[in-house]
Design a binder for this molecule. Sequence first.
Ligand code: NAD
Ligand code: TYD
Length: 339
Amino acid sequence: MKIIVTGGAGFIGGNFVHYMLEKYPDYRIICVDCLTYAGNLETLNSAMDNPNFCFHKVDITDREAVFSVFKEERPDIVVNFAAESHVDRSIENPDVFLKTNILGTQVMMDACRKYGIRRYHQVSTDEVYGDLPLDRPDLFFTETTPIHTSSPYSASKASADLLVQAYHKTFGLPVTISRCSNNYGPYHFPEKLIPLMIANALNNKPLPVYGKGENIRDWLYVEDHCRAIDLIIHKGTVGEIYNIGGHNEMKNIDIVKIICRELNKPESLITFVTDRKGHDMRYAIDPAKIRNELGWLPETKFADGIQKTIKWYLDNRPWWEHIINGEYRQYYERMYLNR
Ligand code: NAD
Ligand code: TYD
């Protein structure tokens, strides 16, 4: 089996590459990634020596380059993780989000049509559903919840998600789609809530909480997401959408306090800063479909997952220190200095 994994130098794609190489030693895993600021070859260090792994530095919006990878590799399955993924950056500049997330998805599917494919899997997000009110804890996103987006990021992901459905209906492309909640774990880029707070706390820097920190996200350990995608590409039904989430809703402020406690840092580091524009209040997934149809259940409890994650950041300081010493520092100063 040959699998193209786009965005494999990023957070979830990188975890997926390692997961697949370990679980299926006879599969060939082909990573396609153009190494944006969020892509990091250090994430793939241990895979590089594996003869069943190869890396193509290719932009998924570059039709010619993508087609030539398909011609050379003839993949059976494509899992499309590649995307611009940070909501705050999409508010600063939506352009690249529309290009990569929508047009890149189109190019990948056109290549699948031309060269033939057993499965195209689109890694979508729960953010396509918009948000839920804080005072209705009984409400959850199901696969039939209408799409209703808030940020340029979520709008671009929703556009791609709809395009994937259109390619299935119009051209018969054998697709599946997953819409997962917020992930956390190793190799998470330190601009996102959990790794940013861990890195800042370790450096005794302020912990910038947007608004009052009351917003709720439904956190899933990244390996559980990888296992869900593995199940969907092998056993999921073509044309279907699967929500992935672990019923682990937490307020942002509570997460930041847990990180302070685990690292033995004072809560006085917490600073409340100007809220994100259009900030979604609550995300909450109903994962009944994937549980009932594919038998998927999350395995890592948040209490264990956050400890493993913190330990990983303590044990792998060079990985994130290289990032925060580079281009990212300018972004950080622009976003947070006068906030
Ligand atoms: P990430 O930002 O960490 O990684 C994205 C990767 O894609 C990087 O390696 C980057 O270099 C690559 N990339 C970006 N543009 C590219 C292009 N034009 N061509 C080739 N490669 C390109 O993102 P992530 O958090 O790992 O998210 C992966 C996917 O999962 C995304 O599609 C995201 O929408 C989705 N998702 C993420 C979460 C989450 O909590 N992080 C939750 C649900 C869904
Ligand atoms: P983030 O990790 O950017 O994921 P998403 O916006 O895709 O859910 O943010 C998670 C939550 O944390 C979100 O409600 C915004 C909030 N947040 C902060 O309060 N401070 C920060 O510095 C960041 C990056 C996020």
